[in-house]
Design a protein around this ligand. Sequence first.
Ligand code: DQA
Length: 143
Amino acid sequence: MKVLVLNGPNLGRLDIRDSSMYGDLTYPQLVDFLRSAAEKHGFEADVRQSNDEAEIIGWLHEAADSKLPVIINPAAFTHYSYAIRDAAELVKSPLIEVHLSNPLAREEFRHTSVISGIANGTIAGFGPHSYELALIALKTLIG
Ligand code: DQA
């Protein structure tokens, strides 16, 4: 089963982001981790990253049209992008929000997610394992 794994702005530069928040993996290493975790749980992961809101919206439309399940880390868009929220709502297959860090334990502006309300669930704070836990949740939801 194919799963679209979408990553938002600045996640492509984990190499220079705060490793105490986001861990030690570079983005290419995270992608390798995701692909092998997906395989372990019976999925084929199509992993994408963009700094561009419009591109992410286009990928969500693709997931809606192709009825693909989605794991999404919207990064900073989490906290304010109603456009990504509305596009994510069009996805009728399971959609899980993930974060490497735990936004609720950070600055106040990160405490709001405009995505959580339309996601099947949110997994945050476990580094790359947030994505693996999302794959396990997805497997349970798909049955
Ligand atoms: C993040 C948390 C967001 O608040 C932040 O803007 C990110 C990454 C995470 O994975 O922990 O870029 O989504």
